[in-house]
Ligand binder design. Sequence first.
Ligand SMILES: Nc1ncnc2c1ncn2[C@@H]1O[C@H](COP(=O)(O)OP(=O)(O)O)[C@@H](O)[C@H]1O
Ligand SMILES: [Mg+2]
Length: 210
Amino acid sequence: MSGQGLFIAFEGGDGAGKSTQVRLLAAALESLGREVVVTRQPGGTPLGAEIRDLVLHGNHVSPRAEALLFAADKAHHVDQLIRPAMDRGAVVVTDRYTDSSVAYQGAGRDLGAVEVHDLQMWAVDSLVPDLTVIVDISAEEGRSRRGEVHDRLESEADTFHEAIRHHFLAMAQGSPERYLVVDGTLPSDEIHAAVMGRLTSSGLLDGGAA
Ligand SMILES: Nc1ncnc2c1ncn2[C@@H]1O[C@H](COP(=O)(O)OP(=O)(O)O)[C@@H](O)[C@H]1O
Ligand SMILES: [Mg+2]
């Protein structure tokens, strides 16, 4: 089977519950007989893992260099992992994708969301997810869930995280047919049910079962 692949992205702030939902969705889709490829950005390939280390744990990275590093990760990731998986009919579920780069680098770091969006779209050769789920929580809730663990981006102030949150919500509002916004303070199983409900009602799960 080919051409039946599905591409689903989870976006939202640190601590929102993205990784939790990625795990729940992957298990549910596997139990429906689908091949599921779970990945994350940055870091879904060996090269991506090195880029992730450079960007998240290095010393100061200039904003444009940071945007290019994230774009380089995406370009490699889409070409080496995501497109091939979709071509053989798999469901690819990614923990962050282009919207995170646009929100963090564009809105959060004054580079210009439109510029970063255009750079990202070039990098991924215009591959847009079939569905992007925004797991929405306040900056305060995110910080309390993250506890004491910080990397360079996570230690930014709440105002930075609130700016990012509003950017995610604005992107969803601009293309409601491609987005689902879920309240990240709901119990995990309720959020998961909402995601499954949307995938079912929109027909995205039709025609791809093994
Ligand atoms: N719906 C939820 N309600 C309450 N706590 C949650 C929920 N989803 C995840 N968590 C908890 O919040 C923390 C961050 O979750 P995680 O899935 O790692 O978030 P992210 O990947 O977005 O950073 C974890 O301790 C997780 O158990
Ligand atoms: Mg996570």
